[in-house]
Design a protein around this ligand. Structure first.
Ligand SMILES: [Cu+2]
Length: 172
């Protein structure tokens, strides 16, 4: 009787463990949920020095309006900022399907675009992204810390491949 209880407990534990691993795999296992993965994975979090950092409302220097549409475009898809600027992106989804703006390195965006095709229901909520339902708007605040190019894209399945991407040019 005692042995039976113990083995049932083990199975339950293993079941929980398996579930956790599957959940991580669905997102590529790269820890962009910010749930305590090793620091070596930070380049996949979407928030690193090259692309900038999440901004706060009190620091906003400028607001930029960006429309996301079912033509699979960001309007505008080219945005100029200066290093150190905190931008409030006022995002508007004028389409009939969900769109999102995800700021990140190109490799991160492409990888997650592929993941989204495999797991279309996968949703994220990170400071470097904003997912909008059809005909809604919202804001994403981001501080661009370093000069260079910072990519952004919509990672809803197929949207990146259809050209739904853009670039922020960060001047010195
Ligand atoms: Cu989209």
């Amino acid at each position: 009787m005692l042995n039976f209880s113990r083995s049932s407990y083990k199975v339950l534990l293993n079941g929980a463990l398996v579930t956790a691993i599957v959940t991580l795999s669905a997102c590529g296992g790269h820890g962009h949920h910010g749930d305590g993965h090793s620091e070596g994975d930070d380049h996949h979090s979407g928030a690193n020095e090259a692309i900038g950092a999440p901004g706060v409302a009190a620091d906003v220097d400028r607001t930029v309006e960006v429309v996301m549409n079912d033509g699979m475009r960001f309007v505008p898809d080219s945005i100029d900022v200066k290093a150190g600027e905190t931008i409030r992106f006022n995002l508007k989804n004028t389409g009939a399907v969900k769109h999102e703006m995800v700021i990140g390195e190109l490799s991160y965006l492409i990888e997650h675009s592929e993941q989204m095709k495999k797991f279309p229901g996968m949703e994220h909520d990170e400071p470097n992204m904003l997912l909008l339902d059809p005909a809604t708007d919202g804001e994403l605040i981001w501080t661009f810390t370093k000069a260079g190019n910072v990519d952004f894209a919509c990672l809803q399945p197929g949207h990146y491949d259809a050209g739904m991407k853009g670039m922020v040019t960060v001047a010195e």
